[in-house]
Design a protein around this ligand. Structure first.
Ligand code: FEO
Length: 184
């Protein structure tokens, strides 16, 4: 039996996930839950300064991040792999104006996109086509997430110091609805 085949089998002869891919998927779970923490910290801050719509939007985003983590969790289990949960760091939030916070969010989402892209490249390198196919959903999701954040940034830049416009945007962000996704 070729060596490369042996490493994909556990002692019961079951096909299991490639270990390198399992490790990056576990690391990605941590990044998604960290993202949820980050958005929750922002949500609390927005609530504190009276921007309830911004607070709601970031709280819904936190729910989405937990969802992203759980889909990875379910996928590892589905592939007979081992979920390994690591500590979640406290969110590093430098709070400021809504524009500064959304610029921070945009940078964070670009970082998550690069991390997802690495999982995709590694799946290609390891010829793990099931993982490669699975991660496509995240690639599309990141395009949407970056665009959503960028639209808020564009609005905030356009409105400048106009408090009435900020009030209207806050009302608009309050209408965001959480949509659950699932792997199965
Ligand atoms: Fe799950 Fe915002 O990336």
């Amino acid at each position: 039996m070729p060596e490369s085949f042996v490493i994909f089998m556990d002692y019961g002869g079951q096909i299991v996930i490639n270990e390198k891919i399992q490790n990056v998927l576990n690391a990605q779970i941590n990044k998604e839950f960290y993202s949820a923490y980050l958005y929750l910290a922002m949500s609390a801050y927005f609530d504190e300064i009276g921007l309830c719509g911004f607070s709601h939007w970031t709280k819904v985003q936190a729910q989405e991040e937990v969802d992203h983590g759980m889909i990875l969790f379910d996928f590892i289990i589905e592939r007979n792999g081992k979920v390994e949960l690591s500590p979640i760091s406290a969110p590093d939030v430098t709070l400021g104006t809504p524009l500064e916070i959304f610029e921070r969010i945009y940078e964070h989402e670009k970082y998550v996109t690069s991390s997802i892209n690495c999982v995709a490249s590694m799946s290609d390198e390891e010829c793990d086509l099931a993982s490669r196919n699975f991660i496509d959903w995240y690639i599309a999701e990141q395009v949407e997430e970056e665009r959503n954040v960028y639209e808020v940034i564009l609005n905030l830049k356009m409105f400048g110091d106009d408090k009435s416009a900020l009030y209207l945007l806050d009302k608009d962000l309050k209408s965001r609805v959480f949509k659950a996704h699932s792997y199965n």
